[in-house]
Design a protein around this ligand. Structure first.
Ligand SMILES: [Zn+2]
Ligand SMILES: [Zn+2]
Length: 200
């Protein structure tokens, strides 16, 4: 009797879920690890339930920027029911990988997203995720949140000089002779302008 939880319910988890924070190194599976029962939440409106889980997901990319299938995605969220709606708020964090838009060097970075989403049975609004068969499936929401936040034009550095479109030289490493700024014909024009300026 003394062990009875104050919240009045046990949160149903499918499969193995890490509730001990991020120290647990093993990464759980995909699909089912992100499914949670909505019924207990809806029976106890206003009683929050937190989860902390790490997963991997395949096919998570936008253009050539992606979260690798081996990359851990940490999901730290809280569920709370209000009426017929389950609110899901918290943080999703992982790492993205891609190539610099200008020089094609490997680049990557942290992604940390604050999310605030709603789940309902038979939602009429397309921005609300469905509760199907009494279950909240976090995977579509996690995918949407990550894909919309992946950088579209990753750069190795804000002043990356890129690759010469003519000779292919990496202009971060070397100067090439087709660089317009050293083209002698343009240099002559510069001089002309300068002279005129001085003689006005
Ligand atoms: Zn670059
Ligand atoms: Zn060149």
């Amino acid at each position: 009797m003394g062990e009875r939880r104050q919240a009045g319910y046990n949160f149903t988890r499918n499969r193995q879920v890490n509730t001990q924070g991020v120290k647990h190194a093993s990464v759980v599976g995909t699909d089912d690890a992100l499914c949670y029962s909505a019924n207990e939440l809806l029976k106890h409106p206003g009683v929050p339930k937190s989860i902390s889980v790490g997963v991997t997901l395949e096919d998570l990319s936008c253009l050539d920027v992606s979260v690798l299938p081996s990359e851990r995605i940490d999901i730290d969220i809280e569920f709370v029911a209000r009426g017929h709606t389950v609110l899901v708020t918290g943080v999703i964090s992982t790492q993205w990988h891609g190539s610099c838009r200008r020089c094609l060097a490997d680049v990557g970075g942290d992604l940390s997203l604050e999310i605030s989403e709603m789940y309902q049975k038979n939602p009429e609004d397309e921005l609300i995720y469905p509760i199907a068969n009494g279950m909240i499936d976090l995977e579509p929401m996690v995918r949407d949140a990550i894909v919309t936040e992946l950088p579209l034009t990753p750069l190795c550095s804000p002043d990356c000089r890129g690759i010469c479109p003519d000779c292919g030289a990496d202009l971060n490493e070397e100067k090439c002779s087709c660089n317009p700024s050293v083209d002698p014909r343009w240099k002559a024009l510069d001089n002309l302008k300068t002279e005129r300026y001085y003689f006005v």
